[in-house]
Structures are given as C-alpha cells and as structure tokens.
Write a protein that binds this ligand. Structure first.
Ligand SMILES: [Zn+2]
Ligand SMILES: [Zn+2]
Length: 292
C-alpha cells in the first residue's frame, strides 16, 4: 500500500515537501514586501516584524510533509471504496488515465467544474468549521491577531483535511485530472495569501466577483461584525446567495483574533489546542480588541 511505502521515507518527504514549497513562498514574500509600501488596511508593524512570525513559519515548515501523507491516505481510501484498488501503482495509473465520469471532459471544462465545485465545498465546510464542535480546530486559523498574508498558512491539520483535502480528493476521484490542481496552484496560493494580506483593496465594482483582502479580513473580525459572514474563498457571490455577505460601506475591518485566551500563541501549543480545549463557539465569543 502507498501509505506504508511513503512512511518508510518520512524525512525525505518532509525535506522534499518543504523544498517544493519554499520557492513559491519566497516569491510570494517578495511580492508582499514590495506591496507593503502601499496604503495598508490597518496601521502597524510590517509582516516581517509580526510578534508571532515563528508560529506561522512553523506551519510553513511542517504542513507540506504532513499533508502529503494525509492526501495519499484520503486518495487510497477513496480508491479502495469506489474502485476496489489496493496497490499504489494501480491507484496512480487510474488517476493518470482518468478514474471517473469527469475525466472524459476537456481540460478547460474540468478547470471550470473544479473551480465551481470546490468553491461550494469550501463554503459549506467553512460554515461547518464555525460550528460548535469543529470551531476549536478552526479557531487556530482565526487566532492571528496581527493578520498578514502569512496567516493564510496557519491552518490546523484537521481543519486542512476537512476544508481542503477532502474536497480535492473527492473531485480527483470523480475524474478531475491532477493536472488541473497543479495548473491552479499559483492561483490558489495567490488568492489565499492575497485575501489575508494587510491591504485596503476591496476590488471596487468587482467586490462580489472575486474575494479581496478587505472581504476576507472582515471574516477574521468578531461575530458582532464579519466573523460569521464572508465564508467564500474565491467567489463572494456565494455569500450573496446565502445571505452571509458583509462589506459595510466606507469602513475597513480591524480587531482580529479570538477571545478564547486558551488558544496558545506557539505552533506546538496550537496543534494540541483542539484536543485539550473546552468546546467553545465563535457565536458566543466575539474577537477582542488587540490593537495594531
Ligand atoms: Zn473562518
Ligand atoms: Zn482566513
């Protein structure tokens, strides 16, 4: 089984996963360093002087390798259940040559279907993660008090699996080509980092077409403001349709983070937090004023 073969090379996979992600992160870091000369959404320190920079770097170093295994495990289980495949070679061959009804469609059609279907999945699971029982996993993502582009990487592994990997795995198993996901990597990383960046961009007349920094930064505010709204990842129109769109005119979001004082600031503490924290709901606890 693939999972057993993969576990034999744990250190190698972690090094390769990190090495593969570093060039992309380096390019993104340069772009947001240059953009930091533009008017920001909130006054304060530049991203490289954030007090919890080490926490976000922890996610950058560990998550690529960890999620590599999670992705393989989800795909292998799906292959076994849906197609009866038990070997790594057969699984990869099936993925490569198309393993579901969508695989016969042209590449462009697969890209369009992936964008729409994954957005619906992301919206639904994001609302689910704000539910009482799962909030303690998602609270880790909302714990950034000095919200910056790096905060997009601060996602608990369980949150990451439910929110991102399960949807991607399902679409791959239905026939979407792995090439579609690879082709969209720059767009996906670009959107997730941009929407967390400390910029005052709201995209003007296109504010309901594409998620902007102001749109998603409202989502990181207290529940008395945008904290229980703006769940979309890329296309805010889905929030408009479901009545969760929030973009007050003439205002910019501020005051990020969660009020639960027991969400640790360090990377290791955050990984363990959901397993030892008391269940708490974002609806019961608005974000506190952290300044900066
Ligand atoms: Zn959220
Ligand atoms: Zn976010």
């Amino acid at each position: 089984m693939a999972i057993f073969a993969a576990i034999q090379s744990v250190p190698a996979v972690f090094v390769v996963g990190l090495a593969a992600s570093l060039p992309v992160v380096a390019v993104v870091a340069i772009i947001f360093t240059v953009l930091s000369v533009l008017p920001s959404c909130n006054a304060g320190r530049p991203w490289w002087r954030k007090p919890d920079l080490a926490t976000d770097i922890g996610y950058l170093v560990v998550m690529p390798g960890l999620m590599y295994y999670a992705r393989i495990a989800l795909l292998m289980v799906g292959m076994l259940v849906l197609y009866g495949v038990t070997s790594q070679d057969a699984a990869w061959a099936l993925l490569e040559h198309g393993c579901g009804p969508l695989s016969a469609l042209p590449f462009a059609a697969q890209v369009a279907i992936y964008l729409v279907a994954s957005e619906i999945w992301l919206y639904a699971t994001h609302r689910w993660l704000h539910d009482l029982r799962l909030w303690r996993f998602h609270a880790v993502h909302h714990s950034s008090e000095h919200l910056e582009w790096l905060g997009s990487f601060r996602v608990h592994p369980v949150d990451f699996m439910l929110h991102f990997l399960m949807g991607d795995s399902l679409l791959l198993l239905l026939g979407i080509s792995p090439g579609v996901l690879v082709w969209l990597v720059p767009f996906s990383i670009g959107m997730s980092t941009l929407t967390h960046a400390n910029l005052n961009w709201d995209f003007g007349p296109f504010r309901t077409v594409l998620a902007s920094p102001v749109f998603h930064r409202w989502h990181h505010t207290g529940v008395d403001r945008g904290g229980e709204r703006n769940f979309a990842s890329t296309f805010p129109i889905i929030d408009v349709i479901f009545g969760t769109y929030y973009m007050p005119k003439g205002e910019l979001p501020s005051d990020y983070g969660v009020t639960e004082r027991d969400v640790p600031y360090d990377f290791g503490g955050q990984l363990m937090h959901p397993f030892r924290a008391q269940a708490s709901s974002p609806a019961a606890i608005p974000a506190h004023d952290t300044g900066d």
